[in-house]
Structures are given as C-alpha cells and as structure tokens.
Ligand binder design. Structure first.
Ligand code: AHG
Ligand code: MN
Ligand code: MN
Length: 344
C-alpha cells in the first residue's frame, strides 16, 4: 500500500531547508485559497439556479464573476500574513501593496487567479497559476521591481487545476510534485511525486484557427509536428489536443509528453500569454520536469520583464520539440542553427 502524505507533511519533510517556515506557510496559504476556489467552481453550474454572476443576489449584494472572486480570495488569504512584500495579479492593473496595517514579509506572489475563464460557463477545466520570488530589498515595502523579476529568479511556482478532480502541482526547484484534493477530507494528498515529461511525447496543443496569422516558419513547424515536414519525418505524428485553458492543456502534456504553443501573430508579435502570471511559472515547472520553455528564440526564464502585463510567445514541452521550433525560426531569420542542441 502506498503512503498517505499531505501537502503540509511533504513540504516539511521532503523540501529544502529554505522551504520551511515562512515559505512553507505561504504554500499552505495557496493551498487554502485553492480549496476555497475549488469549492466555488464546483458550484459554478448552479449560478443559473441560484443567481447569475454579475446579477444582484437576494441580500442585494452584487454577485461576482469567478475570476474576480478567485482574485479576491487569493488576496484576502495572503495580504495579512506577514509573509509577502507585494503581489501582482492578472486581474489588477497595478502591483498590490501589502496594506500598511500589516507586517511585510520577504516574498512576492504573482498569480493568474482563474485561467481559462472562457471555459467556466461550459463546464470545462480551469486553473490558477502562481509564482513566488524573494523581494529585491528586504528593508523596503513592495515596489514594482520586486514583481518585475526574470523567471530564473523564481523560488517556487505551480498551478491548481480544477478538473475532474482538483490538483495542485508545484516546484521549489527540487522536482515537480502533484497533489490531489480529497474533497471529503479537505486535504491535498501526494498523488504524483517527481513528475517527469514522458518521451516519446504524445500531444501538441495550439489554436489552429490562427494558422494564417503565423510566420511561415511556425506554419512549417506545425506540419513537422503532424509528421509531414522535414528530413526526419516522425514515424508517427503527434496527436493534437486543445482545450483553451492553459493549465489544463499544460497539465495533460506534462503527464503524457508534448508541447503547448501560443505563437507570435502578425498583428500580435508577443502573442497572448502573460509573462509574469502564466509563462514564467509554467516555464519553471517544465524545466523541473525535464523540458524547456522558449519564446521562440530563448528561454522564457531569461526574459527581463519591463511591464506587469507583458505578453510573450510561448512554447513549452519536451526539449526536442521546442528546439525544433527554435531551429525553424532561426533559419527563417537567417541565423546560425549549429549551436542549438539537437534532440534532447
Ligand atoms: P485567461 O482566462 O487567464 O485570460 O487565460 C486564457 C488563455 C489561456 O488559458 C489559454 O491558453 C488561451 O487564453 C486561449 O486563447 P485562445 O482562445 O486565443 O486560443
Ligand atoms: Mn490565464
Ligand atoms: Mn485569468
């Protein structure tokens, strides 16, 4: 029989020393917020019966949309604990400073409270993504530069998937570990220890409707994934899967092997995926699982952010798949491809 390990015990017993204390408690906070959001998302289909989001409820209070609700829960769980010096959320224009009445801490939390929000109304999996940095200057209250750090400086990152079950997957730079929520116990239990990207990969994920907005190299790459382009044609093409919830697409590909792509488009050279709240945390996770995440030219984790809501083209998955994309884009730009590692 396998051992039963809660997320709390796992962090305490199996994570590095620095991950104990304040930092451990911060991960508990996120797990708590995840449980509250999971409870609410499970009732989302009842809004038509119990009151619509955006409508006024029976007490005369305005009902919140789920993404605003999730944003608010994460903020309220984390603002007063003394563990953070700043937060930044996809849902808010400015950085979130810790209210003056509370003690400030030494960590920074960035988050996408509800990812895949267009899928809420159709009962398809959604998620939450988070990243944790150390603040730049421990003596000062949070400033924008605390949040505008390269992904390489993340000390932890993860996501919560609200799917057929709720899962929390995270890394502190010591592998990727997944926990499944037991709704009766209200506990996240270790279910996927040390997740590694399988090889050969099974899936690729991209919104094919945008095919004509991509550069010829990206179009060529998609044909390569389908097994109809290049000298070393795949013996078997990858299967195509696209949910339209980044967390859900990423999670499936992490378990089965593959690549998630959100390319640059002719009129949107930075694509759609947000660097701070989506790309960086997932790039850290994929590296820890043995993969790689690129903006098409370099590692996503090396981008120095300049704006809170900056976007980036995003390719994350098995190394060999991402390198091939970089190769095609370099060829298109007339750059040498020899220094790119082959295979991997
Ligand atoms: P969010 O709901 O946080 O705004 O994110 C939506 C994102 C992401 O989850 C998904 O991969 C992507 O939007 C899908 O975009 P397209 O509909 O353009 O394919
Ligand atoms: Mn998102
Ligand atoms: Mn979102």
């Amino acid at each position: 029989m396998s051992k039963i390990v809660t997320i709390e015990r796992f962090i305490l017993e199996y994570q590095p020393d620095y991950a104990r204390g304040e930092f451990t408690n911060l991960l508990y906070d996120i797990a708590l917020a995840a449980k509250v959001i999971a409870h609410k998302t499970n009732r989302a289909g009842l809004t038509d019966i119990l009151g619509r989001a955006g409508a006024t409820n029976i007490q005369g209070e305005q009902q919140q949309k789920l993404d605003v609700f999730a944003d608010d829960i994460i903020f309220r769980v984390c603002d007063h604990t003394g563990r953070l010096c700043a937060m930044a959320s996809e849902e808010r224009e400015e950085i979130i400073c810790i209210p003056e009445q509370f003690k400030k801490g030494s960590y920074v939390l960035v988050y996408d409270p509800l990812d895949g929000s267009s899928n809420i109304d159709v009962n398809v999996s959604i998620g939450t993504i988070f990243g944790i940095y150390r603040c730049v200057d421990w003596d000062l209250r949070g400033r924008e530069e605390d949040v505008l750090q390269a992904g390489r400086k993340l000390v932890a990152a993860g996501y919560v998937l609200y799917g057929s079950s709720t899962m929390l997957v995270y890394t502190t730079g010591q592998g990727v570990h997944g926990f499944t929520l037991d709704p009766e116990l209200g506990e996240f239990l270790l279910s996927h220890e040390n997740m590694r990207l399988p090889d050969p990969p099974a899936y690729y994920s991209v919104n094919h409707a945008y095919y004509h907005r991509w550069s010829p190299a990206v179009q060529r790459y998609m044909r390569w994934l389908q097994g109809s382009e290049g000298e070393e044609e795949h013996a078997k093409p990858l299967s195509f899967r696209y949910i339209g919830s980044l967390v859900a697409d990423f999670h499936r590909n992490l378990l089965r092997g593959g690549i998630f792509c959100y390319p640059a488009e002719t009129k949107k050279p930075n694509g759609k995926i947000r660097l701070l709240y989506e790309a960086n945390p997932l790039a850290f996770l994929i590296e820890q699982a043995g993969g790689y995440a690129s903006d098409g030219a370099n590692s996503v984790l090396d981008i120095e952010p300049t704006e809170l809501h900056q976007r980036t083209p995003f390719y994350a998955g098995n190394r060999s798949l991402v390198y091939q994309l970089e190769r095609y884009l370099r060829e298109e730009a007339g750059q040498p491809v020899s220094d790119l590692v082959s295979g991997g």
